[in-house]
Every structure is written in C-alpha cells, then in structure tokens.
Design a protein around this ligand. Structure first.
Ligand code: AMP
Ligand code: ZN
Length: 453
C-alpha cells in the first residue's frame, strides 16, 4: 500500500486502494533548450512513482506536457517568451526549436529507461481549449482585462493562498511598482497575453479580436481537463512550482470547473551541483551528454538520483557519481554470481527480500532505504528482475550471462596456472578483459565478473 507525502496537506497520506485507475499529470519541459541533469532528476523520481503504482496493481494514465509557448523568462508574466528567445539564439523558427529540444528530451527520457507517458501534450495543440477556458473563467467573473492581456483576479478565489501558504499581504507590499499598474493584486497572473502592434512574437493566435498567446500556467489546467478530467489523483512537479505555477493551476481549474485540480501533490526538491544552484553563470548546467563525455552513462546518473530521497536536499558531485557507478557495477556482479551459482543463490534466498524493497518504495518513495536493503539482502536472479522492473536500472538488460563465454578460458587459465605457466594464464586473463570480463579468484575457485558498466 502506497503512502505519499501530499503537499496539499503537508503530511504523509495513504493512497487509494490498488486496482483502481490513477490519473497522473507531470509538468513537463519547456522545450527551448537542453534539459539539465536537475530536470532529469525530477522525471526519474516520477518514473519511480509510476513504476511502483503499476507493481502495486494500479492502472495508470499519465500525461506529460511540453511547454512550447507562453513560458516567459520571468514567472511574473514579464520578459521574453523562452521559445522566441531560443529561436533568436539559433536563427531558427520557434517550431523548429520546439521540435529539436522536444526530440532531444525524449531521446534522454528513453536513455534513462523512463516509462513512456500515455499522452505527451504539446501546449500549442490546446490553444482553442485555452480560449474556451478563458471564456469560462471570464463568464464566472474571475478575470479582468488590462492593456497587456487577460488577468486572473486572485482576489476572487478565497483559497488562493492556501496551497503554498502564501503571505499575500507581504507579496503585495513587496510588489514591483510600474510593471502593470492595472494589476489588481500582485499575485494576479496572465491567462492570456496580447501582442502589441509591432511586437515580435511568432506564435500568435487571434482571440478577442487581436493577436495573442496563452499565459504559461493555463496549458496545464486545460490539458488536465481535456486529457484526464478532474480531479486527478496525483500531480507532480519540482518545489519551484508550489508558490506560483501550481498555485495558479489550482486557481484556474477552480474558476473553470468549480473543482479541485488534484487530490495528491508531489514535489521533488532541487538538486544542487557542487553546493551551488544550477545556473548558466556558474557553468554547471550539465546535460546527460556532458556526463557521457566524462564516462558516465544515463544509468549511472539514475543510480545516483535514486540513491537519495526525492524530498531531500541533494548535492551532485562527480565523486558521488563515481560512487553510484561503482554501486551499480557491484550489483551487476552480484547478478553475475547468480548466473554462476544459480542453485546455491536460490536456496539461500530470503523469500521476502523483494517485498521488503517494495515496502520501502511504497513508504513515500524511499529509494535510498530500498537501495540499502538491496546492498544487504541476499537476492536471487528473480529478485534482481523485479528490482529492474521497479527502478528501471537495466541491471539485467546490461548484464548478459557470460558464463558460456568465460567458462572455457577460465578452465584453460586454471590449467596453465597449475603448470605454473603464468605467462599463458595472464594472456588468457587479458583476452577476457578485452571482452569486458574479469576473473576474480575466490576461496571456492575463480569466478567471472563484469569489468565495467
Ligand atoms: P522546466 O523545463 O524549467 O519547466 O523544468 C522541468 C522540470 O524540472 C520542472 O518540474 C522543474 O521543477 C524541474 N527542475 C528544474 N530544476 C531542477 C533541479 N535543480 N532539481 C530538480 N528538479 C528541477
Ligand atoms: Zn504545470
């Protein structure tokens, strides 16, 4: 039975009984640039959620969006549209930018062995729905028009501050003057932006008799309503989304439908790199390709991510990635042992081993605890298969049974050693090493192991 920390209630809650359909929405990437390892960490955590739900016996319908319009460089409805910025940077159209970075995201998503979402929703495919949503919110009196666009009047939603426990008075007092004198409250946000005459904005749609485009938060409310219907069971995202983006999604959905948006809200903490925020100015915006250049695979990174808790403060360093890589190799070599000693491992196996691991994950996705159990429990090949299904670490996939290949050379090497023909023994060992296999001499004789990940 899954228990998860629900941001909406600020406590760990039991989830609904297994067997039922679970509707999940994940706020996805803004496809204007490469996603960095911090972004991918969040999708790795949510993949664990999907995997554990499926193993527990839930049916899952999961939607992930691609933000390909409307996300401005400032979350406060000002600055440049990120897609337009990407297009200017690369001399491409906004649509080319969205396609290129969307494809790159999916390439990495698959390399990380993340479960494919049932629906990948591009924000630009929901513009008509966005307009209808704004119409609805307006009909119900939740919006007002300014020179700049249609704004959500947060003063009309009495629970606006609840989700993020916002200090609205403080927000108001600290508001920047001059940005939009027409805004009624500092927390009000654009649901639709107008494009002024002469303003450069390639993505534009006619609505209310003039060109414009949707506000960033709107797509999530619209897509959820259309693809999943509400209230959904679980909504996920990074902690950065709590005070603005998710708060605004909740307000919009309430205005559109009178319903709550999601029953459970899960937020992952941000990872830092070498103790610093991930930022361009610090030059630490690593991608998975950057890690590959330094000899680390997506699976090594995934191992690193899951060795910590999704709500914990995580600091990425290359030393800790070396540790994660070594741990994965150690696990794969325990699988190698299973291949070589099937009967003995099965006989000494603790039948409830995998259940203990699953229980740890069911306890608010406690993957570090589950990993500690994996380190210490006696596991069979069958357990390892289940572990692979739970974490998607390609332990079995990347660990073919090399016994057939290794057996002959190992025997030859033993013979050579018995004859004190050490040069020949070393040659045989070197030949195996070139095939990625190493021989370890143990008290019960030599065994083969994987040399590297
Ligand atoms: P974005 O493309 O900027 O909307 O980000 C995609 C996802 O990555 C969002 O859910 C963010 O909350 C999440 N995210 C961004 N930076 C980090 C980080 N340093 N650590 C963990 N998650 C992050
Ligand atoms: Zn969202």
């Amino acid at each position: 039975m899954l228990k998860i920390y629900n941001t909406a209630k600020r406590e760990i809650e039991k989830f609904k009984p297994a067997g039922e359909l679970v509707k999940i929405y994940t706020c996805g990437p803004t496809v204007y640039n490469f996603q960095h390892i911090g972004n991918y960490a969040s999708y790795i955590y949510w993949d664990l959620l999907i995997r554990v739900l499926k193993i527990d016996g839930y049916k899952v319908k999961r939607v992930l969006n691609f933000t390909d319009v409307g996300h401005l460089t400032s979350d406060a409805d000002s600055g440049e549209d990120k897609l337009e910025k990407g297009a200017a940077r690369e001399g491409k159209t906004v649509y080319e930018i969205a396609e290129f970075y969307g494809d790159d995201f999916m390439r990495n998503f698959r390399a990380l062995e993340l479960t494919e979402p049932d629906v990948i929703a591009h924000a630009t495919d929901y513009i008509e729905d966005d307009m209808k949503a704004v119409d609805k919110m307006t009909e119900k009196g939740f919006t007002y028009e300014t020179e700049d666009g249609i704004y959500f009047d947060t003063g009309k939603f009495e629970h606006y501050a609840d989700f993020a426990k916002l200090d609205l008075a403080g927000l108001q007092a600290g508001a920047r003057v001059g940005f939009s004198d027409e805004k009624r409250q500092a927390s009000d946000f654009a649901v639709w932006k107008f494009i002024k005459p002469g303003e450069k904005h390639a993505m534009r749609w006619d609505y209310l008799g003039r060109p414009g485009y949707p506000g960033w938060h709107l797509e999530c409310s619209t897509i959820i309503d259309k693809e999943l219907g509400g209230p959904i069971d679980i909504h996920t995202g990074g902690i950065d989304h709590i005070p603005v983006h998710h708060t605004n999604e909740i307000a919009q959905t309430y205005a559109m439908t009178g319903r709550e948006l999601a029953k459970y809200w899960l937020h992952c903490n941000f990872i830092t790199i070498d103790g610093e925020k991930i930022s361009k100015s610090l030059g630490n915006v690593y991608t998975l390709d950057d890690l590959a250049e330094r000899g680390f695979s997506p699976m090594d990174f995934k191992m690193w991510v899951l060795s910590g808790h999704y709500q914990g403060t995580r600091n990425f360093t290359f030393e800790s990635l070396v540790g994660a890589q070594a741990r994965r190799l150690a696990w794969r070599n325990r699988i190698a042992e299973c291949y070589q000693n099937k009967e003995a491992t099965a006989a000494s196996n603790d039948n409830s081993a995998f259940d203990k691991i699953l229980e740890a994950v069911n306890d608010n996705l406690n993957s570090p605890e589950a990993f500690a159990l994996i380190d210490n429990l006696n596991l069979s090949l069958d357990d390892w298969k289940k572990i692979d299904e739970l974490f998607g670490l390609k332990l079995i996939k990347d660990s073919p049974d090399l016994s057939q290949k290794a057996l002959g050379p190992i025997t030859e090497r033993e013979k050579a050693r018995a004859k004190k023909n050490f040069d020949e023994a070393d040659l045989i060992r070197d030949e195996l090493i070139s095939q990625g296999i190493t021989i370890k001499d143990t008290p019960s004789g030599p065994i083969w192991q994987y040399l590297k990940n």
